[in-house]
Design a protein around this ligand. Structure first.
Ligand code: MG
Length: 389
C-alpha cells in the first residue's frame, strides 16, 4: 500500500506574530516546516510528499526545504479546507492509495505516530490521532455556564489524519461543490459524507505551534537537545582585506551598498563573507577559501561569495556540526555599514542555519590611520564558534 502525504502550509501565520508566517520561523536553526517535512521524508512508509503553500510563499518554501527531497509545492486556497482539497487532488496522480494530511506547524510529529496512523489505515477507512481531554469542559454561551459537558468520549484531535485517497478526494470535492465551509479538519469533511473515522492515541509532543511563545519554546527544546549532543566546541578566525577600485558599490555579507568605489577581487570581493567563511573553515581545520576555491580557477570570476560560505557550512553539516555564533567586524572609513546590518543578518541567518541573535556584525573606522584610513580599501575580521559531536 503506497502512502502520500499532504503538508498544509498555506497559512499567513498572523496569530503567531513575527515578521514571517509561523511555518517559516526558525526553530533549532531551521524553519518549522523543514522539521515537519524531514519527519515524513525520513519515514520508510511514505512514498510522496505534497506541500500546499500560501500564495507568494514560493521563495520562502524553496529556501526552507534545503536538501530535502519533496515534490514541487502547489498553491493553496482561501481556507485550510480549500488548501487540503487542492493538496489531495495534486497527490492523486502520484499513484498512492492512502493519504495522510498533516499541519506544517506540527514539527514534532514522530516516526512512531506516522507508523501507527499508516498501520491503522489497513483496518479503518479513516484514522486520526487524538488526546483524551483532561480538563473539565463547560458549555458556556456568552460566558455564562449552562452545563458541564461529559468529557468521557471527547478527544482533542491532531494530525496526521489518514484516509483512503479517492474517498477523501471525493468528500472534499462534494463539500466544495455544495459550498460547505468551515470544516476545520479533514475528518470533519469525511464525517459529512459518511466515512467512518477512528481515533487512535496521539502524542502530547505533537502540538501545533500557534503563538510566538510556542515558537520560542520549540526553539529552546531543539537547541538544548542539539547542544547536548555536540560538546566539542571550537573557535575559528578569519581576516580579509580588499582594495577599492573605481565602481558604484560594494557587497558586504551579501548586501550591496551603494558607494563611489567597488572592491577589487576575483569573486564579488565580499571581504566580510570571505572572513566569515575562513572563520568557519578555521574552526573545522579545513584550510581556507583558497584551498577550496583556487583564485586561479576562472569559474569563480565575479561569483557570489555565498557559494564559498555555503561550502564551509556544508563541510560543517557533513560533520554533523552546528554554528553556535559568529562575530564579524568590518573596518572601513566608508561606506557606512551600520544601516545595512539588519539586512546582512537576515541574509546570513538562513545560510548559517542560526537565528539572527547568534549573528553579530559591527563596523568601525581606523580613525583615518593607515591604508584603510586613507580609503584605499577595507578589511573584515570574523570569528565563528562551532559545536561538533
Ligand atoms: Mg577575499
Amino acid at each position: 500500500m503506497s502512502v502520500a502525504v499532504v503538508i498544509v502550509a498555506g497559512g499567513a501565520g498572523f496569530r503567531a506574530g513575527g515578521e514571517l508566517p509561523k511555518q517559516y520561523q526558525l526553530i533549532g536553526g531551521r524553519p518549522v516546516i523543514w522539521w515537519t517535512l524531514k519527519a515524513f521524508a525520513e519515514h520508510p512508509g511514505v512514498s510522496h510528499i505534497q506541500t500546499v503553500i500560501g500564495a507568494g510563499h514560493e521563495k520562502l518554501f524553496a529556501a526552507a526545504i534545503g536538501d530535502l527531497r519533496v515534490a514541487p509545492p502547489v498553491t493553496g486556497g482561501a481556507t485550510r479546507q480549500d488548501s487540503c482539497r487542492i493538496g489531495v487532488a495534486a497527490c492523486s496522480s502520484a499513484g498512492a492509495q492512502r493519504v495522510l494530511i498533516h499541519d506544517a506547524a506540527r514539527p514534532f510529529v514522530s516516526a512512531d505516530l506516522i507508523s501507527h496512523v499508516i498501520a491503522e489505515l489497513e483496518r479503518s477507512e479513516s484514522v486520526i490521532p487524538g488526546l483524551p481531554i483532561a480538563d473539565t469542559i463547560k458549555h458556556a454561551p456568552g460566558g455564562l455556564v449552562e452545563r458541564t459537558v461529559d468529557r468521557q468520549s471527547l478527544w482533542s484531535v491532531q494530525t496526521p489524519q489518514g484516509f483512503d485517497l479517492n474517498a477523501i478526494l471525493a468528500a472534499h470535492t462534494k463539500a466544495h461543490e455544495q459550498n460547505l465551509q468551515g470544516l476545520t479538519d479533514d475528518a470533519a469533511v469525511a464525517e459529512k459524507f459518511g466515512i467512518k473515522v477512528r481515533v487512535i492515541a496521539g502524542r502530547a509532543e505533537n502540538q501545533k505551534l500557534t503563538t510566538m511563545e510556542d515558537i520560542h519554546e520549540a526553539d529552546r527544546i531543539l537547541t538544548a537537545k542539539a547542544n547536548s549532543e555536540r560538546l566539542d566546541v571550537r573557535v575559528g578566525q578569519g581576516i580579509d582585506f580588499h582594495e577599492f577600485e573605481a565602481g558604484d558599490g560594494v557587497v558586504l555579507c551579501g548586501v550591496r551598498i551603494p558607494h563611489d568605489k567597488k572592491l577589487k577581487g576575483h569573486s564579488d570581493a565580499d571581504a566580510a563573507m570571505h572572513a566569515l567563511t575562513d572563520a568557519i573553515l578555521g574552526a573545522l581545520g579545513e584550510g581556507d577559501i583558497g584551498t577550496h576555491f583556487p583564485p586561479s580557477d576562472p569559474q569563480w570570476k565575479g561569483a557570489s561569495s555565498s557559494i564559498f560560505l555555503k561550502k564551509a557550512v556544508d563541510l560543517l553539516s557533513l560533520r554533523n556540526g552546528l554554528i553556535a555564533n559568529v562575530d564579524i567586524t568590518i573596518l572601513a572609513e566608508a561606506p557606512r555599514v551600520g544601516p545595512h546590518i539588519e539586512a546582512m543578518k537576515a541574509l546570513l541567518s538562513p545560510l548559517l542555519h542560526v537565528s539572527k541573535d547568534r549573528i553579530a556584525i559591527k563596523a568601525t573606522t581606523t580613525e583615518q590611520l593607515g591604508a584603510i584610513g586613507r580609503r584605499e580599501g577595507l578589511a573584515a575580521f570574523a570569528t565563528a564558534t562551532v559545536r561538533l559531536p
